[in-house]
Design a protein around this ligand. Structure first.
Ligand code: NAP
Length: 419
């Protein structure tokens, strides 16, 4: 029999430190995999307890990320089955990889975070006894590394009234931001920080040109601002003029409208001479648009990639010799083609990047706290709309920038705090 419910209504909180045994959460189950609009359903579950070096957070607001579109679809990974293989007894996915909230309890050994702290959470999750990490290597590359609120072993991300995170993930919330603005950008912002500054030999330097795909999206808005902060020159790629103007408002030097081109996807095989010639002409024309913005002969030192299959060949083509195409996703597909003839001769780098480590997350969060980076909160929705908002994201219909969901917090608007 289900225990009697002491869950508090969504939009309210018990006194700090008082923890109900039950809570409301938006769950995905395997028999609902598919359209995010129906995969997510509000259910009641036991409130989790923090284990050693873990922190229990009353979630005020949660950010929305594309990873929970994938989780709701059950592809490319069935995160519930993966978690169960790791020993998780639950038959649901409680996702959500961005949170702002208040610490309600701390587990054994937590020293840096206290009950009552106002915090955000970064999404890098790993086991600190992982031999890779014990050896002093980058923890987010470790075999145990996962993305919190997506595929991490523990379940209980930010789409419930209470979430559990590891102490090292928990960082101070920017005082000047509302709960919803603070919740919105950390996953995409920290990912962008790693992509742009995490790969020694190819980090953004003053006056570097950086091509940013999806400039008005979650990752793109943060990347444009980070490039500008470092003295680089960001050029956005978008699918409409209003998105392009929005990127210019964030600090992009200009934008390319990708709808003017149609050479996307896997290029003709290298043995197909005429096909190759036509494809190369289109890729050159794309590069010509870039030169109209930054000057003839100037090519990107870094290409900030996530569409994947549709765009990687063009990204590699326009990247300058010795430059880097850094990729964190394959939203349009995974069969990305690289013409090795040019790749090796021009000594370009195709670098995978995933998540964040603590150092990168702290560097990004410090910029947000200093007011140097705007979270670009474009949309705020209610708790029961989590499925709908993921559905809109899957269809590319979200407002520009980042989206957030209210859980414990009443709405205070899109941006900076009134207090
Ligand atoms: P988003 O806010 O939905 O933005 C994606 C952008 O991609 C859109 O603004 C869209 O801009 C552009 N786009 C869509 N289709 C395209 C196409 N065929 N060719 C070129 N551009 C296209 O999503 P996001 O939060 O930025 O995330 C983007 C991807 O990165 C997702 O797959 C997400 O899962 C992944 N991601 C990975 C990590 C990681 O750590 N590995 C972290 C964050 C996100 P236009 O239509 O204006 O071009």
């Amino acid at each position: 029999m289900a225990p009697a419910s002491d869950a508090v209504p969504v939009g309210t909180l018990p006194p700090v430190g008082e923890i109900p045994s039950r809570m409301f959460a938006q769950l995905v189950r395997q028999d609902r995999f598919g359209d995010p609009r129906t995969a997510f359903q509000v259910e009641e579950v036991d409130t989790p307890a923090p284990g050693p070096r873990e922190v229990l957070i009353a979630v005020m607001a949660s950010g929305i990320n594309f990873n929970n579109v994938w989780a709701a679809r059950g592809t490319p990974v069935d995160v519930i089955a993966q978690r169960q293989r790791g020993g998780d007894p639950n038959d649901f996915h409680l996702g959500g990889s961005d949170a702002s909230g208040i610490v309600y309890a701390v587990g054994e050994g937590v020293e840096r975070v206290a009950v009552g702290d106002e915090v955000i959470v970064h999404p890098g999750w790993w086991k600190d006894d992982d031999p890779w990490i014990v050896a002093g290597k980058d923890p987010i590359i470790a075999p145990s590394a996962r993305i919190w609120g997506y595929d991490h072993d523990r379940n209980f991300g930010s789409f419930g009234q209470f979430a559990v995170a590891q102490e090292h993930q928990v960082l101070p919330k920017a005082d000047h931001l509302t709960w919803e603005a603070a919740a919105a950008p950390t996953l995409v912002g920290t990912t962008a920080q790693r992509m742009l500054f995490g790969w020694a030999g190819n980090t953004v330097m003053k006056d570097d040109v950086v091509l940013v795909w999806g400039g008005s999206g979650g990752l793109g808005t943060q990347a444009i601002q980070l490039v500008k902060q470092a003295g680089g020159i960001a050029v956005a790629v978008v699918s409409s003029a209003d998105k392009g103007e929005y990127c210019v408002g964030l600090g992009a030097e200009g934008y390319i409208d990708r709808t003017e081109f149609d050479h996307w996807g896997i290029p003709p095989h290298w043995t197909d001479g005429p096909g190759q010639k036509e494809w190369t002409g289109a890729a050159r024309a794309f590069g010509g648009k870039l030169w109209e913005i930054v000057g003839k002969g100037r090519n990107p030192a870094i290409v900030f990639e996530h569409p994947g299959e549709d765009t990687i060949p063009t990204s590699i083509f326009v990247c300058e010799p010795g430059g880097m195409v850094v990729v964190c996703a394959g939203t349009t597909g995974y069969s990305a083609m690289v013409d090795l003839r040019y790749h090796w001769v021009r000594q370009k780098r195709l670098q995978g990047s995933h998540g964040t480590n603590d150092e990168q997350a702290i560097a990004y969060n410090d910029l947000v706290r200093a007011g140097a980076i705007d979270p670009c909160l474009g949309q705020v929705s209610a708790f029961d709309e989590i499925g709908e908002v993921h559905g809109q994201m899957a269809e590319g219909k979200l407002s520009f920038g980042n989206a957030a969901i209210l859980i414990g917090a009443p709405t205070t608007g899109l941006g900076v705090s009134d207090s």
